[in-house]
Design a protein around this ligand. Structure first.
Ligand code: CA
Length: 225
C-alpha cells in the first residue's frame, strides 16, 4: 500500500525531484502548484501527509496550515522552507506544522522527517511514554532517566525540558514552546540555553558536539530518535 502525499510547491523542478524520488519509496504523489489548487485537491484526496512550500504564488503557505488546522484537519504537514526563513519555520510549527526541511534538502532527510511525522500521528492515540535511543533511556511514567544503564539525576527544569523533547522525539521543538511550557510568559532565552547546556553536560558524550539534543539554529531543539 502506497502512502498518499500531497505536494504543494510552485517550483516544477522541486516537484519533479519529489515525484521521482518519493515514488520509488512507497509514496503516491499528488502535486499542486498554488494555494487555490491545494484547497481543491484537499477536498478530493485525503493525503496521509502534506509537503508544503511556504512561498506560493497566490498565498503564504502559512495560510494553508492555518486553514487546515482551523478545520480540525490533523494531516501531518512537513514544510519545505528556504534558508534564512527561521521566523516562518517557527510560525509554521506554532500553527501546527509537524516539521520542516530546509532547501536544498536531501531526500533521505526528507523521508526521515516524513516517517517521524507519520509515526507521531499514529502514536497520538496512545502516546508511548518511553524513549530508548543510543543508550539514553527515559521513562515518562516513572520519571526516570538513565544513560548506559546508570541513573541520571536531573533538576526539575532539566527534566521538564527533556520530557518535552521526548514527547516530540525526532521532531523539532521550538524555543518559544519550551519557554512557554516551562516559565509561562516570562520565558528568557538565556535561561533556556543554560538549562539545555546543563542537560547536554549530563546526557551527551561530548557536550560541545551534541549528538542527542541537536540545535536547530534560530528555531529550537531536536532530540534524535
Ligand atoms: Ca515557492
Amino acid at each position: 500500500m502506497s502512502v498518499p502525499v500531497l505536494v504543494i510547491e510552485d517550483e516544477a523542478p522541486i516537484r519533479r525531484l519529489l515525484r521521482t524520488s518519493l515514488s520509488s519509496q512507497g509514496f503516491e504523489i499528488f502535486e499542486v502548484a498554488t494555494g487555490a489548487e491545494a484547497l481543491t485537491a484537499l477536498s478530493h484526496v485525503k493525503p496521509d501527509i502534506v509537503l508544503l512550500d511556504l512561498g506560493l504564488p497566490d498565498t503564504d503557505g502559512l495560510n494553508i496550515i492555518r486553514q487546515l488546522r482551523a478545520a480540525k484537519d490533523n494531516t501531518p504537514i512537513v514544510v519545505l522552507s528556504a534558508r534564512g526563513e527561521e521566523r516562518s519555520k517557527v510560525d509554521a510549527l506554532e500553527l501546527g506544522a509537524d516539521d520542516y526541511v530546509t532547501k536544498p534538502f536531501g531526500i533521505a532527510e526528507l523521508v526521515a522527517r516524513i516517517r517521524t511525522a507519520l509515526r507521531h500521528r499514529v502514536h497520538e492515540q496512545g502516546a508511548d511514554p518511553v524513549y530508548d535511543h543510543d543508550g539514553l533511556h527515559v521513562d515518562l511514567t516513572r520519571r526516570s532517566v538513565s544513560l548506559e544503564g546508570r541513573a541520571v539525576h536531573l533538576s526539575p527544569k532539566e527534566y521538564e525540558i527533556l520530557r518535552l523533547l521526548v514527547l516530540h522525539a525526532g521532531k523539532v521543538v521550538t524555543q518559544r514552546l519550551l519557554m512557554r511550557e516551562i516559565w509561562g510568559a516570562a520565558g528568557d532565552i538565556q535561561y533556556l540555553r543554560i538549562y539545555v547546556r546543563q542537560l547536554r553536560s549530563k546526557l551527551e558524550r561530548d557536550a560541545q558536539h551534541p549528538t542527542r539534543i541537536l540545535t536547530e539554529t534560530g528555531v529550537g531543539y531536536r532530540l534524535i530518535g
